[in-house]
Design a protein around this ligand. Sequence first.
Ligand SMILES: Cc1cc2nc3c(=O)[nH]c(=O)nc-3n(C[C@H](O)[C@H](O)[C@H](O)COP(=O)(O)O)c2cc1C
Length: 181
Amino acid sequence: MPAKNKNILLGVTGSIAAYKACDLIRALQDAGFSVEVIMTKEAKEFISALTLQTLAKRKVYSEMFDLDVDFDVEHIELAKKAAAVLIAPATANIIGKLASGIYDDLLTCVVAATKSKVVIAPAMNENMYNNPVVQQNIGKLKKLGMEFIGPRKGKLACGDVGLGCLEEVQTITRFIEKLLK
Ligand SMILES: Cc1cc2nc3c(=O)[nH]c(=O)nc-3n(C[C@H](O)[C@H](O)[C@H](O)COP(=O)(O)O)c2cc1C
């Protein structure tokens, strides 16, 4: 199936790198994908739903218990529609929830319900990334078949240089293209 017929479900979480989701939406669209967006509640502290909605050209999802929807069960429909679920940026928190089977919001429920590939692009402070619990969670999700891309080394939000920056948008896009070929 050509990229233009494929839908990427982009999960945006509460990282300082959430603003990079704007460029990621554009890059995925330029590669021919349509992009559906789910934001966690915390992601909205970093970037507005209006910005992502305008770029994606469609409704941005966030609420698990949203009355303003059609009568499909939303997380099941979103999970079915996605050729891949991409979480970028992915916080230590979302990685921990997925590794522990905690499905308490729309994004985690979609990941639980999807049969498609799940790709996780972490972004966090280097010490957080190297935390043994975070590393254990990443190892567990990799063993379960989830794909990880990045983080890369660079200037972190705290000003330090270290491992924890979201992988480059173009690199993530190429990774998705290759994965879905
Ligand atoms: C200014 C600020 C920046 C943050 N940046 C990150 C980050 O880059 N990565 C991360 O894992 N958590 C970061 N956090 C912590 C998350 O926002 C927090 O764990 C939150 O509960 C994540 O929720 P979510 O995973 O549901 O989106 C940051 C918090 C603040 C206040």
